[in-house]
Design a protein. Structure first.
Ligand code: UDP
Length: 312
């Protein structure tokens, strides 16, 4: 896809990742049309974008038919509740936006002759029996557990995106996003990073689930956005992992956040959620090779910026 003056539609534009993507593409001189229904997105995330004449916004649920007048060069489908707490709270909207919303967004891209990008997830690998996870791993997902609403919707979405690519010969990109953090996450989205930072800053107990031996690999938002932008501009026609391979246990994460926040919070243990993946780490060989991408921001630097955001 040519690199300047494109028109890009972003679903989930008022979300954490969506809002950073809108900002990125506007900064590159593209026009951006944002869509969000504000289930988990927030107007504060995009307020500052309205002063850019290249930005427009439609409040809508992408589960329903989307009419967008004029030309579109790309449709980036990022709408979905994305934290385990959110998709437990909104199980049916999560299934619908992953399944019906992906269908509608693909249909829109097809009608416009636009490139389609699906925001997929490391959750397609479930509780993985292979670590790190390469794109060729098929995963270990419980379809009927509490995470199934998200995991299976995203797996269905990948299947549908690939079918549109094969059958309708559309340009399709699939990004499998691993744990990402940074400014504009909601304090109460329930994920480890915002929970631990909020708790550390308030001096209340830091809640580590289980023994805290489970691992995650955390990518800073600016690195993720760079990877996604390169993927949009690439020819990669099958899924690509984007994430930071630096793997830490949740207990280490809690201790690091407590230290960086200068906090004296106690660390307390709470029951491990059902089907909580025990390990997670991206194999990023494909992104390195096809996109010449690798993350640049260290966990500590990213956490410092995020702590500063939560303080403010
Ligand atoms: N977690 C935790 N304490 C919290 C929130 C989460 O120990 O207050 C753990 C959770 O059990 C999981 C990990 O942190 O093992 C990452 O959870 P998160 O919700 O951030 O995202 P996930 O990777 O599970 O989608």
């Amino acid at each position: 896809m040519k690199k300047r003056g494109r028109t890009i539609l972003v679903t989930g534009a008022a979300g954490f990742i969506g809002s950073h993507l809108c900002e990125h593409f506007l900064g590159r001189g593209d026009r951006v049309i944002g869509i969000d229904n504000f289930i988990t997105g927030r107007i504060e995330n995009i307020d500052h974008l309205f002063k850019d004449s290249g930005f427009s916004f439609v409040r809508a649920d992408v589960t329903n038919f989307l009419h967008v007048p004029g030309r579109l060069d790309a449709v980036l489908h990022f709408a979905s509740p994305a934290s385990p707490v959110d998709y437990a709270r909104y199980p049916i909207p999560t299934l619908k936006v992953g399944a019906l919303g992906t269908h509608k967004a693909l249909g829109l891209a097809k009608a416009k002759g636009a490139l389609f990008m699906l925001a997929s997830t490391s959750e397609v690998y479930g509780d993985p029996q292979v670590n790190p996870q390469p794109e060729t791993y098929w995963g270990n997902v419980n379809p009927i557990g509490p995470r199934g609403v998200y995991d299976e919707a995203k797996r269905f979405a990948e299947a549908m995106a690939m079918a549109y690519q094969r059958y309708h010969r559309m340009q399709v990109r699939i990004v499998r996003i691993f744990n990402t953090f940074g400014p504009r996450m909601r304090k109460r989205d329930g994920r480890a990073v915002p929970n631990f930072i909020t708790q550390a800053l308030r001096g209340t107990p830091i809640t580590v689930f289980g023994k805290g031996r489970q691992t995650r690999s955390l990518c800073y938002i600016s690195d993720l956005v760079d990877g996604i932008s390169r993927l949009v501009d690439s020819n990669a026609d099958s899924p690509v992992n984007i994430g930071n391979p630096h793997e830490v246990t949740m207990l280490e994460l809690a201790q690091t956040i407590r230290r960086l926040a200068g906090s004296r919070s106690k660390i307390v243990h709470r029951p491990l959620p059902v089907d909580d993946p025990q390990v997670r780490r991206p194999d990023i060989s494909v992104a390195r090779k096809l996109l010449s991408w690798k993350p640049k921001v260290s966990l500590e630097d990213g956490l410092k910026s995020t702590i500063a955001y939560f303080k403010a």
